[in-house]
Design a protein around this ligand. Structure first.
Ligand code: GRF
Length: 202
């Protein structure tokens, strides 16, 4: 799977993807990492691995559509056939989604459809749920709203802070994200309406 990654920050999920590839658990190749922040650590991680790393400045584009069109062009040019949003903190437009024919994935730190948007872990704590988790889903034009591929559950423990809950969830993100990508790489995922079906392994 020729994979592009868009990120805004730390890039620990990017790292998990790279490590899964190295370990032979994911049949993919990261062709480019593109960030909307110049100082995104994800760019540093990419460069360290010899992966083309691009900062695309939103200020250089009038609209999000323009920005996404430019991003899609660069990523397609690099040979990407699927796009992973790994801590990419912007809603993407049809320009980007259509360029990858629906093969755009996102990782979100809650059990969607609960707690979409920013600060999902804080939302879960404030709500008082006993369990939260993470979700890998296809991206549509809504906020964290596309068809769900994989989820993992973690308990909310007494005394949890946003940081301790986020760390527990992040461990699971790093586990299920490469798994979801491998299902795509193996061509085992089909989407019918909202529903994602996973074909059994050959
Ligand atoms: C993760 O919690 C992810 O679910 C959310 O943003 C965070 C990104 O972390 N969308 P990282 O940049 O991959 O370390």
């Amino acid at each position: 799977l020729q994979l592009a990654v868009m990120a805004s920050g730390r890039g620990s999920n990017l790292q998990a993807v790279i490590e899964a590839i190295d370990a032979g658990r994911l049949d993919a190749h990261v062709v480019m990492v593109l960030a909307n922040k110049a100082d995104a650590y994800a760019l540093t991680r990419a460069k360290e691995r010899g992966i083309p790393a691009v900062f695309l400045d939103p200020k250089a584009y009038g609209t999000r559509e323009d920005y996404d069109r430019a991003a899609a062009a660069q990523l397609r040019q690099a040979g990407a056939e699927a796009l992973l949003l790994a801590g990419y903190m912007r809603i993407v437009t049809a320009s980007l989604i259509n360029a990858f024919a629906g093969r755009v994935l996102n990782i979100h730190p809650s059990l969607l459809p609960s707690f979409p948007g920013l600060h999902a872990q804080r939302q879960a704590l404030d709500y008082g749920v006993r369990y939260s988790g993470c979700t890998v889903h296809f991206v549509d034009e809504g906020l964290d709203s596309g068809p769900i591929i994989c989820q993992a559950v973690v308990p909310v423990e007494p005394g949890d802070t946003e940081a301790t809950l986020a760390a527990r969830i992040l461990t699971e993100e790093h586990r299920i994200l490469p798994e979801a990508l491998q299902l795509i790489a193996q061509g085992r995922v089909t989407v019918t309406g909202r529903r994602v079906e996973i074909q059994p392994a050959q």
